[in-house]
Design a protein around this ligand. Structure first.
Ligand SMILES: O=C(CO)COP(=O)(O)O
Ligand SMILES: O=C[C@H](O)COP(=O)(O)O
Ligand SMILES: [Zn+2]
Ligand SMILES: [Zn+2]
Length: 355
């Protein structure tokens, strides 16, 4: 049983200079596809479920799927993480369901739409870290609001995201505030805003520094060299996946995602968790479209879900290799339980170290 906390996993990643992709799941096929990839390349992995995933699949189903994958692949450390918790209660019920890590996204209020101010964000995030750490569970916070530096619009493409126009100050995490935020909340990982957004339509052109502000990450890393940084909205939206979808009846508009090279630059500068959902959605959908178009007589779901899973495994494997996560699973000597981690928090061993 190798369910690992985010904190232990990212501490290992920092010591060994790699990043860990956090892939979203909603169903068995996605869970199996991720684990197949992690197993093939000996990588630890983060599997995350959003509020939408929890209501789609049911917490009990998710809990047992996570038990199942750790039983099938006992040698692969798996962190089970809540993506974009909107309030303390959402985080606590995830912990009850067996998650080893939660995101309290206080950059937005509980409605998941209205930007939260400093006092709100620090308050709600600290409430969650205080409680979660007592049980040894890790917490990711977010400072800065995800959205486009091209248009100034928040990202509400998939339901969770700011509505309307945002200022440059909101769209770019302030490095000095990041230091204060980590000190006050004691989060284990910090998600930051620098121009990425959720979904497929991130950039209207190949991003440069004006619209994907990687320099902000570098500056935050200089001030917070010991804090694990998180990049959300980090799908690369590969052209070949857009082409497959469009070749088989899809209608995706031209778009750009986050180039892998920019993520690799982030990993050199403290980025340890990289959130990817859209690329996997596209990989699966492309294959489903292809099978159904090529074989209109087909109605056995396994006939299209199997190639969909294979395409997702291929994508996950590629990212695990590109982020140097591959080869790291067998390096873990001991997986600490949440109870072990709770003792470490209580002793102050895991308090933020601010330069
Ligand atoms: O950030 C994400 C989940 O929190 C996913 O981002 P993408 O939409 O770029 O895959
Ligand atoms: O926001 C991140 C992921 O893409 C999850 O999306 P979702 O809320 O539609 O499940
Ligand atoms: Zn999303
Ligand atoms: Zn996200």
């Amino acid at each position: 049983m190798a369910r690992i906390t985010l904190r232990q996993l990212l501490d290992h990643a920092a010591e060994n200079d790699y990043g860990v992709p956090a892939f979203n799941i909603n169903n068995m096929e996605q869970a199996l596809a991720i684990m197949d990839a992690a197993n093939q390349v000996d990588a630890p992995v983060i599997i995350q479920a959003s509020r939408g995933a929890r209501s789609y699949a049911n917490d009990v189903m998710l809990k047992h799927m996570m038990d199942a994958v750790t039983e099938i692949y006992p040698h692969i450390p798996v962190c089970v993480h809540l993506d974009h918790g909107n309030e303390a209660a959402t985080c606590m019920t995830a912990i009850q369901a067996g998650f080893t890590s939660v995101m309290m996204d206080g950059s937005l209020k509980a409605d998941g739409k209205t930007p939260g101010d400093w006092t709100y964000n620090v308050g709600v995030t600290k409430t969650v870290t205080d409680m979660a750490h007592l049980g040894g569970i890790s917490v990711e916070g977010e400072l800065g609001v995800l959205g486009s530096l091209e248009t100034g619009m928040g990202d509400k493409e998939d339901g969770h995201g700011a509505e309307g126009k945002l200022s440059h100050d909101q769209l770019l995490t302030n490095p000095d505030e990041a230091v204060k935020f980590v000190q006050e909340t004691k989060v284990d990982a910090l998600a930051i805003a620098m121009g990425t957004s959720h979904g497929a339509y991130k950039f209207t052109r190949k991003p440069d520094g004006d619209i994907l502000a990687m320099n902000v990450i570098e500056e935050i890393h200089r001030k917070l060299p010991n804090t694990h940084l998180v990049m959300h909205g980090s799908s690369s939206v590969p052209q070949d996946l857009q082409d497959i979808i469009n070749a088989y009846g899809g209608k995706m508009k031209p778009t750009w995602g986050v180039p892998v090279a920019e993520i690799q630059r982030g990993i050199k500068n403290g980025v340890r968790k990289i959130n990817i959902d859209t690329d996997n959605r596209m990989a699966m959908t492309g294959q489903i479209r292809k099978v159904l178009k090529d074989n209109p007589e087909e109605f056995d779901p396994r006939k299209y879900l199997k190639p969909a899973m294979e395409a997702m495994t291929k994508l996950c494997k590629q990212r695990l290799q590109e982020f140097n996560t591959a080869g790291q699973a067998s390096k873990f000597k001991k997986i600490l339980t949440p109870a072990d981690m709770a003792k470490r928090y209580a002793k102050g061993e895991l308090d933020p170290r601010v330069a």
